[in-house]
Design a binder for this molecule. Structure first.
Ligand SMILES: Cc1cc2nc3c(=O)[nH]c(=O)nc-3n(C[C@H](O)[C@H](O)[C@H](O)COP(=O)(O)OP(=O)(O)OC[C@H]3O[C@@H](n4cnc5c(N)ncnc54)[C@H](O)[C@@H]3O)c2cc1C
Length: 508
């Protein structure tokens, strides 16, 4: 949420409505979840819906920028190969002709333009680039043995099923086993699970910490072990024409997926429309949105809230108390992304060659992805690097304060100094450096937040499940927040489930 708009929402001084529009279903939020709800409605022949998005374009965390040279991501940048449970992802990829042939095949063929070209990733450690993500150089036999055992354990967990016959860790997460023995892992931090299972090697703890910073914006010492294991054990997708750890990507990150979904809502997305009030009546829901300087009142038979759940209590004064507590129970990771436009490819340090994802072992930032990587056969005179940093080493509130109060120039200087370690001449080549500060980027899966409710009467049913289960025939919720962590598959699933609830209610 842009800072100015967020501030306005808290202040609450808005003009009275000057116009009323009517629609069947109103979707609030034009990120992946809202657009997925629209995609499902359109496919189900529901055509009286609108999407309200407060920014000037849809996409939320999956938006992209465009330079004369290449498009580049502002947030989400890849999609792993879909698993067997990810049927909605397969359906979308098949529609977009990126998945070719039978969408239910165990090893589908994918359009090569979207399969990440090799080399996919490298890591910079002790002055040298190493191929892959997990460092190998200079490690003793004991550490290598632990790495091997960790991989084997994760492979076992990928296949393992709970007492209910479901995979322990599925994506979407809602389809995971409810076996209590495994859900208990939600009560401890991921770092504790690793240590208790004999995984003490520093490189393994680094990998786990990198994974939770990358996907959840937080340290592995603060992440639920269930969520940490989900990262490593849920992905079992395969391809006929690529290795199973290959990701699907494009210069613009995940914006191509977002546009694929948005196409089904063509002409129905209203941008620059910030919802500031929701009131539920007996027959309709009244929604007031700021469009430019005026308020437009929308009257809908049903609404789908596809914006972050922490905003909902601010705009829905009569929100039921239990739901309000659940929405406010979690916190969000603050993130900073930067796009550096470079006049040429920068000087390299020794070791593994430039890759799509270039990870830093010992650095505040996670590293950067290269927008031109997929355009490998074209001759380009420059590139764009997208740099990622989760503010994981301070509390979320402190991170938000730092994001807002640290001047842009100071962030830019810090990023250039960090990148200079690996590309000595990057400063001279940078023609433009844009920074995006996202104060509430993604819901934090802290211990207890996925299946329990930390610290509340000895782990009763979780607040997250209350959000995921809520539907009152008029108001449905749909945001990755309902999964407790933010991923494309989760946002898409939540959007489709909300649309299905709405469609079901229309039929009654
Ligand atoms: C830096 C970063 C990197 C990421 N990388 C990846 C990745 O590589 N792969 C991956 O799968 N996921 C990634 N993610 C996760 C990403 O969040 C999800 O993939 C997905 O985009 C979330 O979609 P969503 O609809 O749940 O939420 P959002 O993207 O939060 O969408 C919510 C929308 O609601 C709008 N909105 C909010 N309030 C209002 C209001 N009052 N009125 C109207 N509109 C409103 C917002 O502007 C926004 O467009 C990343 C996230 C971040 C922050």
């Amino acid at each position: 949420m842009s800072h100015a708009l967020g501030h306005r929402l808290r202040e609450g001084s808005f003009p009275a409505p000057s116009e009323t529009r009517k629609t069947g279903v109103l979707i609030i939020g034009g990120g992946i979840s809202g657009l997925s709800a629209a995609w499902k409605l359109a496919k189900s022949a529901v055509d009286d819906f609108l999407v309200l998005e407060m920014e000037s374009e849809p996409g939320g965390n999956s938006r992209a920028g465009q330079s004369p040279l290449v498009a580049y991501p502002w947030g989400a940048h890849y999609l792993p190969l879909p698993t067997s449970e990810s049927t909605l992802v397969r359906e979308l990829l098949s529609e977009l002709k990126v998945l070719q042939g039978d969408p239910t095949a165990q090893k589908p063929t994918y359009d090569e333009r979207y399969l990440c070209a090799t080399p996919q990733e490298r890591v910079y450690r002790n002055g040298l680039w190493e191929e892959g993500l997990l460092p190998q150089r200079g490690l003793d036999a004991g550490e290598r043995e632990q790495q091997q055992r960790f991989h084997e354990r994760m492979d076992e967990l990928k296949r393992a099923k709970g007492s209910d016959g479901r995979r322990l860790f599925a994506i979407p997460m809602e389809l995971s086993s409810r076996d209590s023995e495994w859900r208990q892992l939600d009560k401890i931090p991921f770092s504790q699970w690793l240590t208790e299972n004999g995984f003490t090697a520093p490189s393994l703890h680094w990998l786990a910490n990198y994974a939770t910073r990358d996907d959840y914006g937080m340290a592995h010492t603060e992440t639920s072990a269930w969520a940490g294991l989900h990262y490593f054990a849920c992905r079992n997708g395969e391809a006929a024409n690529a290795a199973s750890d290959t990701v699907l990507t494009a210069p613009e990150g995940n914006a191509w997926l977002m546009r694929g979904l948005a196409a089904s809502a063509a002409g129905r997305i209203v941008t620059g429309a910030m919802v500031w009030r929701i009131e539920e009546g007996k027959q309709i829901v009244t929604v007031d949105a700021l469009l430019g300087t005026k308020t437009v009142r929308f009257e809908a038979r049903q609404i789908i809230w596809a914006a972050p759940v922490f905003i909902l209590p601010r705009v829905w004064p009569a929100m039921p108390g239990e739901l309000r507590s659940a929405a406010l129970a979690g916190d969000y990771s603050p993130w900073l992304t930067a796009n550096l436009h470079l006049a040429d490819f920068p000087e390299e340090r020794h070791g593994a060659p430039a890759s799509w994802d270039n990870v830093f072992y010992d650095s505040p930032g996670l590293g950067y992805v290269t927008a031109t990587h997929q355009l490998i056969r074209r001759h380009l005179s420059g590139t764009v690097f997208t740099y990622y940093r989760a503010l994981h080493d301070v509390t979320p509130a402190e991170g938000r304060r730092l994001l807002l109060e640290t001047p842009r120039e100071a962030w830019a200087e810090g990023i250039l100094a960090e990148l200079e370690r690996v590309h000595p001449n990057i400063r001279q080549l940078t023609t433009r450096l844009d920074i995006f500060r996202n104060a509430h980027a993604m819901r934090r899966p802290v211990p207890g937040s996925i299946w329990y409710d930390h610290g509340n009467k000895g782990w009763p049913q979780g607040q997250r499940q209350k959000l995921a289960g809520f539907y009152n025939q008029r108001i449905a919720l749909a945001h990755a927040d309902l999964s407790g962590f933010s991923l494309f598959e989760e946002a898409q699933y939540r959007g489709v489930v909300a649309a299905q609830r709405v469609i079901q209610a229309r039929r009654q």
